[in-house]
Design a protein around this ligand. Structure first.
Ligand code: ADP
Ligand code: MG
Length: 394
């Protein structure tokens, strides 16, 4: 497994982080942030920014692009460092360990708290795979000059955190949601293995029933997992089930809800009949027990479930995940075809955002004013008024 090299974190100075944060802020309205703008946002004396940028480049925290003008953008690593530093500052964890998973669009690492507790850090990499899909949605966001993987990954992380927290509070077997910053979610470590790695179960029929019951209970709470399969279900030595991976969940009121629900159910039944059927046949001398078991468990039908929509809305927004975030992210994650016209709400949105910016008390105001179509001047003003929080962040 790979190790995220965070050694450099220790050697980066306050100014390094200041400039890195300035690049992050600049990316709100530039895919490539002009060096000169970075300098103005960072506000270091005597051309200090340029020296720092060189150092950040050396550590691969930023990427230099001079094809159109002299500019920089954050790399994944640079964004990782900003999130990790914020979480370390908050005392969430103190060390980053080995990588334990490479998802389609995430990297998963062990992290350790000061007291030695091991947790899991999931870094979302939305756009790593589906960047083309994202690009094809460009017209949806045509009024914004810069949407990008930073925004999408951050949204995916926030969604995952909010759902994990809300589901946990409703008694669903999910990891404990510990904290979230930028594209990074910290959660408890599940003792166990993804179902895909499990070759044998003592009670496959019971496990299947538990899992099917989960899909039904989710729907009763108004939700569909949408990626409910052997990769996202963890099983421990006592055959207890934990579900993970929530960025793609949708509401039962989604127009394709029934299809997603049926697909989740189908995935599970298919996997169980294939995997555990085969192993039984061998062990039981040809007697096909699992086949019968699988058939005994009733396939839930979407229409017969009493669903409570909006049940989790309050909990979700308590974590800062809004309806609008949900609408936004659905467009990218499931590649939906619905094209919504959002241009009309432009001005309201800007006002909302500025409000957020003033009220923000988090460790970086930058992360609360995402995706603004601000003039550079306004961006500078925003930067100026959050200098205090940038300075406080060490
Ligand atoms: P992706 O969205 O990229 O599929 P997942 O959340 O499914 O990411 O995680 C990928 C893999 O990492 C999982 O299949 C599992 O092996 C491991 N993993 C994720 N979260 C945890 C956790 N809380 N505890 C233990 N292992 C985990
Ligand atoms: Mg997964």
């Amino acid at each position: 497994a790979m190790k995220l090299d965070v050694d450099a974190l220790r050697y980066l100075s306050k100014d390094d982080f200041r400039v890195l944060t300035a690049v992050e802020m600049g990316m709100r309205n530039h895919e490539i942030v002009p060096a000169e703008l970075v300098d103005r946002i960072a506000g270091l004396k005597h051309g200090g920014t340029y020296k720092v940028l060189k150092n950040l480049l050396k550590h691969k925290l930023v990427h230099h692009d001079s094809s159109k003008y002299d500019g920089f953008r954050l790399t994944y690593l640079g964004y990782d460092f900003l999130a990790i530093k914020a979480l370390v500052n908050r005392g969430v964890f103190a060390a980053v360990g080995r990588q334990i998973g490479v998802g389609k669009e995430s990297d998963i690492f062990e992290v350790a708290a000061e007291d030695g507790t091991i947790m899991v850090m999931k870094l979302h990499r939305l756009g790593r795979v589906s960047f083309r899909a994202v690009k094809s949605k460009r017209d949806y966001l045509k009024h914004r000059s810069s949407y990008n993987w930073l925004y999408l990954s951050r949204l995916a992380a926030l969604k995952e955190y909010a759902f994990m927290k809300a589901l946990g509070e409703h008694g669903f077997p999910v990891p404990d949601a510990v904290d979230c910053n930028r594209h990074c979610v910290v959660m408890s470590l599940v003792q166990g293995y993804p179902l895909v790695q499990v070759k044998q179960l003592q009670n496959p029929d019971e496990v299947l029933e538990t899992i099917v019951d989960l899909v039904v209970r989710l729907a009763e709470h108004g939700l569909i997992h949408c990626d409910f399969n052997e990769f996202n279900i963890m099983i421990d030595d006592n055959e207890q089930v934990t579900m993970i991976d929530f960025p793609q969940m949708v509401s039962v009121s989604h127009r394709n809800a029934k299809m997603y629900f049926d697909r989740d159910v189908e995935c599970i039944f298919k996997f169980f009949s294939k995997r555990f059927n085969l192993s039984y046949q061998e062990a039981e001398d040809g007697y096909d027990e699992t086949e019968t078991d699988v058939e005994e468990i009733e396939r839930p039908s979407f229409s017969s479930i009493a669903k409570t929509t909006g049940f989790l809305d309050k909990e979700l927004s308590a974590s800062g995940f809004t309806r609008k975030d949900q609408d936004d992210i659905e467009k990218f994650i499931e590649g939906g075809t619905e094209q919504k016209d959002t241009t009309s709400s432009d001005d309201d949105e800007l006002e909302d955002q500025e409000q957020t910016h003033i009220e923000a008390t988090d460790d970086s105001v930058a992360e609360n004013i995402d995706f603004l179509d601000l003039e550079d001047q306004k961006l500078e003003d925003a930067a100026a008024s959050c200098n205090v929080s940038i300075q406080n962040e060490d």
